[in-house]
Structure formats: structure tokens, C-alpha cells
Design a protein. Structure first.
Length: 506
């Protein structure tokens, strides 16, 4: 597989001073350089690198002290005096940090951070600063962006032997995998990215990651893993500017090839999680293309879709930085992107995630769901519950046999009703059932289903609970069971309900 051209620049971080990296981490810890303190002092819930936001955040910082100095250097990309830098890192000399490549001295003796350092999920992630007005190198190493957060939340984290992080970038997925896996291999075409990832491993005291240079799966040909993670350069555009976003392969072929090849690298029972984007033609269903990519893969497949954009909106979001410059340049770029989308007959561009699980079976199951990313929480337990539900449903002799199971509503649910005052009373408008964990699904339910939910506690089979309900309401038991079956199945598929054994029923 051919990726964008390999990086020619030498990585800026020194990897031969492990003790210096440890002392840097100690200085950061002493100063309280943690996400909770950053958000509290800057009064933000989400960090932003917009120039206007940085200007405001700089003014919210105390004028002096180790913590504000480190935030200015490593988060906001501002200059500090050498004296302030010396005080913030003491007893670690600034000269040592200049040699490490994490600081740089500017004209006039001022110091600024050569890297960006962001605490996230219990780890510290070093990446390139993206300073306003300064050009980015082709092999820029991106920081903690929303897609990397989404992938980490979607992954099934189990204690396994071997994991693979394809296109590791700054190494964040490999670091998370290292907490659960005995050995992790991280690959990237960019030596500069691998240097950052290796630096991050040392900064976080992680020693079970192996870094290999090469394009996607090339460094691990013929190998097999329990877990594969991939946040690839999946941008669909006519450009090939930056290694972290542009594959240089055209269209959605990078997503297609990675999804198609991932099963080759999974052991039986192994999971793969990939973020992807894909082209949609007129009249395409959103999952059609993903089903083509995974047909005959020997894997169960779970597709999650969270965004579809019109070509013009897709172009506008990625070309937004150009809008601050000469308008003619921005217009030329817009026209070039829109011409490309038109030539490729691209009606829209979708974004989502693919989960694969290697499983020998006469038929592998396929699921497709919409993902509300605004409600997404760490989903490992929820994903495993969905997988277990699909396995069970595939093994049923008859679909209606599901009603003979003891199913319980999971604790992490919430039932919301909307009422309106009408004609001297309260009128029911809408009832929704939501999960306050994992994928955060929300579905509408009718009043009959809502009133049945308390009885789904695992103490009796669903059929018996329905029969009791029918007797209370003087309804036909068989008719109620037939009407309830698709609703119960849907709740089971989405992970609202889980099977209970007699020993665990409540």
C-alpha cells in the first residue's frame, strides 16, 4: 500500500535522554499540569487553539508561577522569559530541555514551547504546535483531536496479549492499548510521528510499545493481533498536503483498503476498530459501501455512522483556515475541491467507525447504527454487551425464543417523558429511553413499553412478564407477545437489555 511520501525532516525530539524526559514529567506533575486544573484556571470545558480563544486564555492565567508558565509554553504556545522558565522547571535546567527539543530559545532570549503538551485520559500527549500564521510541515504531528477521542472511547479494551496501532501519529491509541495489552506494535510512515510517539511513551512511563516505520500494515505483514486500532488519514479531497490527514490514494480508497485488509491481521476472536470516511452516490444507503468492504471478511461487523456532509460543507470545514487570507485564494481552493467532487460524482461524504470481530461462522452478523457522538462515553462494556446480544440472536432457533429469556434493563438508563397542560389536565407528548453509558443511544418508546420496563428486571422471563401484563390489562397474551417481540429485540440489540442467569436475576 502506498501512502503519502515519507517524511524527510528529522524529528525534533531527543530520544537518548530518558532521565531528562522523566525529570520533565516530574516538573509537570509538581506544577499540577493536569486537565482538571487547566480547565478550572482557563474556565473552559474544551481546549481551543483559535487565536481569539488563546488571547482570552492567556489573560485568565495568573501572572507568574510554575503552572501558568507551563500552560503558556506547552498549551498556548506563548513566549516566557528565561527566568520564568528556569523557575518553573527547577531544578531541571532549561539547557537540558532545549537539548531535549521540548523548548526553543528565540531572539532576545525568550523561551517558548517547541511542542504542545495536552493531558488527556490520564496520559500526557506531545504533538506539534499549530501556531497561527506559521506554516505547518508536511509531516506535522497532530495533537489530541476529536477523532482520536472517539476511537479510544469506541474500542473494546480487554486484557489481551498483542495489539496493533496502525498509523499511530502521536501514539495516543498505542498508549491506551498498552494499559490493557502485554505488547503493542505501533506503525507509521513518518519517522517524525514515530519519534513523537516514542517520546510520549517515555513521558508516560510506558515500555511495552514497539515502534515500526512503514506504511499501514507493511511493517507487520504475516502477523496476527488480538486488537487492531486505526485512525487513518481518511480525508476525501483533491489535496495531499499533510501526512496525518491525506493518504494520497484518492477518494475513499484508504478507508476501503484498511477495512478490507484488517481481518488478515486478527486472531480468532480479535477485534479491529477503524475510523473511516466514505463516498456516497445518489440513492446510496449510508451503510451500503461499508457492507461491500466487509463482505466475505470472516468477521462480524458493526458500523457506526455519525456524520454526513454535502460536498460544499465538507470543503468549507477543511478550507476554513484559508478564509482568513486573501479571498481569491480561498475561492480558488473551493472551486478546485468542488470540481473534484463533481468529477467523482460524490453526492455526500459520510464519517463513522467500523468494528470487526474475527469469527469462524457459517454466517457473520452485520449491524449498522447511528451514533450520537454528543453523548458518547467510554463504550467498551457496552460494545461487548451488543456483541454478546448479536451472538445470542444469531444462535436462536426461532426469533420469538428471545421472549423465553430472563432479560433485565441495565442500570445506566433514563426514561424521560414530555407532558403538556391541556384541557385541565396533563397530556402525554413523548417518551424516550436513553443510555447514560457507552454509545449513549436514545430511542422513543410508547406508553405501553414504558409501563412494561419496570417488570424487565430479570426475575422472570419476558414471556411471563408479558403474560402478567396481559392479565392485568385483560389483553390477549399471544397478541401482546407478538406485538412486544420486535420492541424487546430492538432494546436487546441496542444494549438496553441484557440476559440474566437464575443466579444473577434481581
Amino acid at each position: 500500500m502506498t501512502n503519502v511520501r515519507e517524511a524527510e525532516r528529522v524529528g525534533p525530539l531527543a530520544l537518548d535522554d530518558a532521565e531528562g524526559v522523566q525529570e520533565l514529567r516530574a516538573a509537570l506533575d509538581r506544577a499540577g499540569y493536569r486537565i482538571e486544573q487547566i480547565e478550572d484556571v482557563l474556565q473552559v470545558e474544551r481546549l481551543s487553539s483559535r487565536p481569539a480563544d488563546i488571547a482570552l486564555q492567556l489573560r485568565r492565567l495568573p501572572p507568574s508561577g510554575p503552572f501558568p508558565t507551563l500552560v503558556r509554553l506547552f498549551l498556548l504556545g506563548a513566549m516566557v522569559s528565561r527566568a520564568d522558565a528556569e523557575a518553573a522547571f527547577a531544578p531541571l535546567p532549561v539547557e537540558r530541555l532545549l537539548s531535549l527539543g521540548v523548548l526553543e530559545e528565540r531572539s532576545g532570549g525568550e523561551i517558548r514551547g517547541a511542542i504542545k503538551l495536552v493531558p488527556h485520559g490520564g496520559v500526557l500527549i506531545a504533538s506539534d504546535h499549530e501556531r497561527d500564521g506559521e506554516p505547518l510541515p508536511e509531516d506535522v504531528v497532530a495533537g489530541v483531536h476529536p477523532p482520536s477521542v472517539v476511537l479510544a472511547k469506541l474500542a473494546v479494551w480487554l486484557p489481551v496479549e498483542r495489539a496493533l496501532d496502525v498509523g499511530t501519529g502521536n501514539g495516543i491509541q498505542a498508549l491506551f492499548a498498552a494499559q490493557h495489552c502485554e505488547h503493542v506494535i505501533a506503525t507509521d510512515v513518518s519517522q517524525r510521528a514515530l519519534d513523537f510517539a516514542a517520546f510520549n511513551a517515555r513521558l508516560n512511563g510506558v515500555d511495552n510499545i514497539e515502534f515500526r516505520r512503514g506504511s499501514f500494515f507493511e511493517p507487520v505483514e504475516g502477523d496476527r493481533f488480538d486488537l487492531v486500532l486505526c485512525n487513518p488519514p481518511y480525508l476525501i479531497s483533491p489535496d495531499s498536503l499533510y501526512a496525518y490527514r491525506d493518504s494520497g490514494m484518492g477518494g475513499d480508497s484508504v478507508s476501503s483498503e484498511l477495512v478490507s485488509r484488517a481481518p488478515e491481521y486478527l486472531v480468532e476472536g480479535g477485534f479491529a476498530h477503524l475510523l473511516v470516511s466514505w463516498i456516497r452516490r445518489e440513492h446510496d444507503g449510508w451503510s451500503d459501501r461499508l457492507r461491500e468492504w466487509t463482505a466475505g471478511s470472516g468477521c462480524d461487523a458493526f458500523f457506526l455512522h455519525y456524520q454526513t456532509e454535502r460536498p460544499i460543507d465538507h470543503a468549507e470545514s477543511w478550507l476554513a483556515p484559508l478564509a482568513a487570507g486573501p479571498i481569491a485564494e480561498y475561492e480558488r481552493a473551493l472551486d478546485r475541491w468542488l470540481d473534484y467532487f463533481s468529477q467523482e460524482a460524490i453526492a455526500s461524504i459520510s464519517h463513522g467507525a467500523v468494528m470487526l470481530r474475527r469469527r469462524k461462522a457459517a454466517r457473520n452478523w452485520v449491524r449498522a447504527e447511528e451514533l450520537p457522538t454528543n453523548r458518547l462515553l467510554p463504550a467498551s462494556v457496552h460494545m461487548l454487551r451488543i456483541v454478546a446480544a448479536e451472538d445470542f440472536l444469531e444462535g436462536l432457533a426461532r426469533p420469538e425464543d428471545l421472549l423465553d429469556e430472563r432479560l433485565a434493563l441495565v442500570d445506566a438508563h433514563q426514561l424521560d417523558q414530555r407532558l403538556a397542560a391541556r384541557e385541565g389536565g396533563l397530556a402525554h407528548l413523548h417518551t424516550s429511553l436513553s443510555l447514560d453509558e457507552g454509545l449513549g443511544f436514545v430511542i422513543g418508546v410508547d406508553l405501553e413499553t414504558a409501563e412494561l420496563l419496570p417488570a424487565l428486571d430479570g426475575s422472570a422471563t419476558v414471556r411471563d412478564a408479558l403474560a402478567a401484563r396481559a392479565r392485568e390489562r385483560e389483553l390477549n397474551e399471544d397478541r401482546l407477545a407478538r406485538a412486544a417481540h420486535p420492541v424487546i429485540r430492538r432494546l436487546f440489540e441496542l444494549g438496553f437489555l441484557e440476559r440474566q442467569s437464575s443466579s444473577t436475576s434481581r
